[in-house]
Design a protein around this ligand. Sequence first.
Ligand code: 6PG
Length: 226
Amino acid sequence: MQNLRWQVKDNAEQVAIDTVAQIIAVAKNAVSKRGLFHLVLAGGSTPKRVYQLLAQAKPDTRHWHVYMGDERCLPADDPERNSKMAFNAWLAKDSMPREQIFMMPAELGPEQGAAAYQQTIANVGQFDMVLLGMGEDGHTASLFPGHHHDLEETVHAVYHSPKPPPQRISLSAKRLSQAGQVLFLIAGQGKQEAVQKWRAGADLPVASIAPEAGVDVLIDRAAMGE
Ligand code: 6PG
């Protein structure tokens, strides 16, 4: 069962600003407690603004470890890659040690890429923070409505994605739920219908993320239908 906390913001910019503040606060706490901060990034437009703001804020990222929630199976340098977007917006401008950035090798294709990433995260344990977006059909990461996966897997090979490109790699709902905090970033009127369905209890991929600590949804008024 999902325990949802809705944090309604005036607009997409405020969603991004408040997300950055929460990331930095959780990171400070994790680093002081454990000496490490494990952050999972999302693709999409709202997260992109978060990365641009992180590039400006320049937090102390020496002990941050960065992962990807999902990736599009395209050549490593393709501008449509989620990793490329995160690099362009933030990581390339940050001094975080490069060996602490764990991107999905999606250029290998869904099967091989998923198998490799499964090894990469095998000993990571609980993520401190997972960022997620939501598509207009209620998908999150590359978990799409109507797709069936082995729910025990940590990383899925994804085919026939309705959002291009069709081949992708995604952390599973189970693995994304192994997190101290999960933040959904949702903005824009186009998301309203999916949000309503989600709130009404529909069986959507977004509803399958159920960390023990509950889920925080940072959402703008337009997506909330206000
Ligand atoms: C991707 C993402 C996808 C995204 C949502 C929301 O590959 O694009 O993994 O799950 O987060 O589709 O994207 P927007 O924020 O751009 O609407």
